[in-house]
Design a protein around this ligand. Sequence first.
Ligand code: DHB
Length: 282
Amino acid sequence: MFRVGRVFLKKKIYNASGVLSATKNELVSLNDNEWCGAVVSKSCTLEPREGNPHPRYYSFNGNSINSSGLPNLGYEYYRDLRHYIHKPYFMSVAGLTIQDNLTIFKDLNSYPEINIEFNVSCPNIPGKSQLGYDFKELNKTLNMIEEVYKLGYGLKLPPYFDPHHWDMVSNILLKHNIEFIVCINSLGNGLVYDKNLRTAIKPKNGLGGIGGPSIKPFGLSNVREFYRRLGNKISIVGCGGITSSEDVREYIHSGASACQVGTYLYEHGLQVFKALNFSRLN
Ligand code: DHB
């Protein structure tokens, strides 16, 4: 069994939020895959959203750039799907304002069977910065959430690139009811061109979050550096560039107790869950 906060997974690999996770059909297909250890919803907001203009996803050399802009069916939709999920279920929460997050957390207090992965690292909402990079605001937000939400919860963190930042964030985590962290979300605000020198995606002048094998070294460093600081007090879920069982092994070696797969799942579909236990797809 693989531990993520207060829940135990029968398999150590599951989906990263945002991939195959927006509709009932997609979430049930993760539930029904025996090699997928848990189910994570698309990051949801208080109200449904259409997201950013298309094209908003582009793949290049096995990597991805996306600026989806939180398209989702509203948090109540994902809350009410809990009856269809018979393995650990995580709702990724990404309210647009503190007030929205407080409303969502307060309501989810009544559903202890739902685990919360609070997304503090979405890089794709025009005009909004990532909470995970504003340490004072992050601390303040977690304090406010814990006034209304009494269970433990997890955070989806952005990548950090500086030892002092790992120190600062670890100190904040240890002061709150954080049971697990997911390291890492996409590397925010990259730029990719197509072969005609047009930006590969349309929103935000082409800027978007980068995923896939290119970001794996940062996923590994973030898992290992948080593990060095947090030990076994907070579970760590590894995410970023996984395409093989060797990659999974490296994340576990760095301190992860489970792993999520994003870009590779998007590119190759549900077959990756079984394949990642053995070796690479062709
Ligand atoms: C989106 C992208 C992210 O990296 C994330 O963490 C949440 C949402 C998006 O654009 O929808």
